[in-house]
Ligand binder design. Structure first.
Ligand SMILES: C[S@@+](CC[C@H](N)C(=O)[O-])C[C@H]1O[C@@H](n2cnc3c(N)ncnc32)[C@H](O)[C@@H]1O
Length: 154
């Protein structure tokens, strides 16, 4: 029987591997960037907002949101390699002033209450062992009246 910490660390390692990039492509979720744009529209994303992308992977979603919607994005991911890769991608794209990636667990978000206008979480909710804790954290860091957008496999 694996502990929650072992499940998390195994999962973070799998998704930053070259094999995952080869098999899953640019976005690490079914539906790709088209589904990301749909989710952003569902949460009513608007220019100037501050957005959190939970389990930000290689940073594809954060870059897309920053470019298309002119928002500031923080991304968190449990994989150090993914955070480094995403940070490099933001720097290369000239978006480092609007996008920051952090090494953090979705179940323990390193932000004060009500920091974000909206939160996106794509194809990752299914991976969190303690969903009640993750849900409480999502609700805590989004401002009252803000939006949560979650897409996942069912
Ligand atoms: C299927 S990938 C999705 C990545 C990204 N959201 C996307 O759609 O391109 C799952 C991501 O969740 C991250 N992850 C898994 N468990 C996590 C946790 N507890 N907290 C933060 N990130 C986590 C993995 O490191 C991986 O980058």
């Amino acid at each position: 029987m694996r502990t929650a910490a072992e499940v998390k660390s195994c999962c973070a390692a799998a998704y930053c591997s070259p094999a995952a990039a080869f098999l899953l492509g640019e976005s690490l979720h079914p539906g790709g960037t088209a589904l990301t744009r749909r989710l952003a529209d569902v949460v009513g994303m608007r220019s100037g907002q501050r957005i959190l992308d939970v389990a930000s992977g290689r940073g594809t979603t954060a870059l897309l949101l920053s470019r298309k919607y002119a928002v500031a994005v923080d991304g968190v991911d449990l994989s150090d390699a993914s955070v480094r890769q995403a940070t490099a991608a933001a720097q290369q794209a000239g978006l480092a002033d609007r996008i920051a990636f952090h090494l953090a667990d979705a179940e323990h978000l390193p932000f004060p209450d009500g920091t974000f206008d909206a939160l996106m979480c794509e194809c990752s909710w299914c991976l969190f062992p303690d969903k009640a804790q993750a849900a409480a954290e999502f609700a805590r860091v989004v401002r009252p009246g803000g939006h949560l957008g979650i897409s996942d496999l069912t």
